[in-house]
Design a protein around this ligand. Structure first.
Ligand code: ATP
Ligand code: MG
Length: 392
């Protein structure tokens, strides 16, 4: 991860509300409980509260309650005396005392073990505690900001979190919405991250536009702003300069984009074709393109009951080109011969393949070629423009 300090970026109403709330709560010492999914920016909000408060020149101490083993957490929070437990070779101040005069950010507070919840409750009520192994009460002036991505109300219902502590923490609740709930922030966040990473690396990746931006807007971002930030870092490092292509996007982003496009209607733009993502291991492009072409040709023949003039018009190609394609596939053979042909495709209604990927089309075509349906021969010379007739 390239390192830099970010401020809260965003223009959605949700972010504007959060910025307003930060301004108001920063002027107080009230306890704040920040909730939101992982990667939404809870820590950034906590930092912003501290930095805008009168405590900004005092420490902001962060402790992740979920990352420290339960048996060490008490000493970590409240400090310990020399000899209080094995390995306590000297007195040590805890995070509460380190934050004296400043702010203590209790991250992942939902993970706090029940026995520590009681002790924390008392500090919130009295601003007093005793370090582990000490009978001397320590008094602190610390502002508490807590965060969690857990549903604390549900945890209270399940008796995993004390309700009295929950109400003490939840004096000022702040919910940071998921990025999918404020997609209007995405373009601004992208510009912001690209600018930061370009500056840090000396690279020059341009802000995406058009279909790329559309794809980034359609995606749901389950990892929220962190996922978006990581993708921008990756693009800047791997791409180096220039514009981002659809092929640079992770498979999951591309896939979502492809799924969200409206169904084919008239085949005018690149994206009105049946869509498939390029498999990781690659594919046989010629075979796929041939299968796709055959699929459309067969639909045109089916729709025009085998009239090659009208089918070629539908496909916007010369009749001779169409005939040549059919000849190559063995669908036009000398008069008098009868053969097993891919008649299933000609017989199929146009809708039968609608929405199929080229791979699916290929497999249907392969089955068709094995079918025992046969058609009468047609010749270009005869110019009958009749459908290849199915005789059995
Ligand atoms: N609005 C924003 N503007 C700029 N950067 C943001 C914004 N929101 C989040 N970020 C960035 O996204 C990353 C994740 O944010 P943060 O660590 O604050 O999320 P979190 O909610 O605490 O996540 P977790 O629950 O996983 O701890 C950070 O690098 C942060 O700088
Ligand atoms: Mg966090």
């Amino acid at each position: 991860m390239l390192a830099y300090r970010s401020s809260l970026v965003g223009e959605s109403l949700a972010i504007q509300n959060i910025l307003n709330t930060i301004e108001k709560v920063a002027q107080t010492d009230s306890t704040v409980l920040i909730t939101g999914e992982s990667g939404t920016g809870k820590e950034l909000v906590a930092r912003a509260i501290h930095e805008r408060s009168t405590r900004k020149d005092k420490p902001l101490v962060v402790i992740n309650c979920g990352a420290i083993p339960a048996e060490l957490l008490e000493a970590e929070l409240f400090g310990h005396m020399k000899g209080a437990f094995t390995g306590a070779t000297q007195n040590r101040v805890g995070r509460f005392e380190m934050a004296q005069g400043g702010t203590l950010f209790l991250d992942e507070v939902g993970e706090l073990p029940l026995q520590l919840q009681v002790k924390l409750l008392r500090v919130l009520q009295t601003r007093q505690f005793e370090p582990v192994g000490s009978s001397k009460t320590v008094e602190v002036d610390v502002r508490i900001v807590a965060a969690t991505n857990r549903d604390l109300e549900a945890a209270v219902q399940q008796k995993e979190f004390r309700d009295d502590l929950y109400y003490r923490l939840n004096v000022i609740p702040m919910r940071v919405p998921a990025l999918r709930e404020r997609k209007s922030d995405i373009p601004m966040l992208i510009s912001h991250f690209l600018q930061q990473f370009n500056q840090l690396t000396g690279h020059a990746v341009e802000a995406p536009a058009g279909e790329i931006m559309e794809a980034l807007m359609v995606y749901d971002w389950p990892g929220n702003v962190r996922e978006l930030e990581n993708l921008m870092e990756r693009l800047v490092i791997l791409k180096g300069h220039g514009t981002v292509d659809l092929g640079d996007l992770p498979h999951r982003v591309f896939q979502k984009f492809v799924e969200a496009r409206p169904a084919a209607a008239g085949a005018v733009s690149d994206w009105d074709y049946p869509r498939m993502a390029l498999p990781e291991k690659g594919l046989d492009l010629k075979a796929i393109v041939d299968a796709f072409e055959n699929h459309l040709v067969d639909q045109a023949l089916a729709r025009t009951q085998g009239n090659k003039n009208r089918a070629s018009e539908l496909l916007q190609m010369n009749r001779t080109t169409l005939v040549e394609k059919l000849r190559k596939r063995g669908m036009i053979i000398p008069v008098g011969k009868k053969t097993t042909l891919m008649a299933q495709a000609a017989q199929a209604a146009a809708g039968a393949y609608a929405g199929a990927t080229p791979a699916e089309v290929g497999s249907v075509m392969a089955q068709a070629s094995d079918s025992d349906l046969s058609i009468h021969a047609d010749t270009e010379a005869a110019r009958s423009d009749r459908a290849p007739e199915v005789t059995n």
